[in-house]
Design a protein around this ligand. Sequence first.
Ligand SMILES: [Zn+2]
Length: 203
Amino acid sequence: MKETVTGESAHPAPPPAPGAELHPSLDFANSVVTLPGGRRIDLLGSPPDATRWLVERDLAPEDAQLWDFCAGKLRALRDQTRVLIAARIDGSPAAPAAVEALNDALTRVPTASLLHWDPIGGPYRAVSHPATQIVDHALAVLAADAAELLTTPDAERLTACGSPPCDRYLVRTHPRRHWCSVRCGDRARAARAYARRAQATAD
Ligand SMILES: [Zn+2]
């Protein structure tokens, strides 16, 4: 089993991939990453990590406090967003469940004050818990951005990082650039040089 560490405290995550500055949903998809050695960093792995991730992107107020349940909802949409991005890159049909999850997040209106009926006190209206509202709002913003990313011309330049074991996505800024960070590019070049040397020794 792979070791998954949560948050940036244990191991610094790579800087945002190209395209993530324009598309928060790409940053969202990349909030889990596999590092050399098979270690995984999940920036949404715990409620405090998920809260920090949202606050840093202006998707939650400073004093927000997410629950386990909220962090789980974020991770679930993140995973479905990854499924959709992978399908777009492969040109394969998207999983209906992933499309449904995205649309569900997109159409959630967290401001509705719902009718409740107390057996003793009778009917009253109340909005959902603030943490749930914050998360639903963030999910709606991220889902809208993902829908945008998948349907705009930028989608043609979406690609998976070509430096294993990295599993982040990026919007290519150069036809030959297939990695998400300088660190991944250096590792890919080093691997190619090593393969060339091994080939030369074998010849
Ligand atoms: Zn990478």
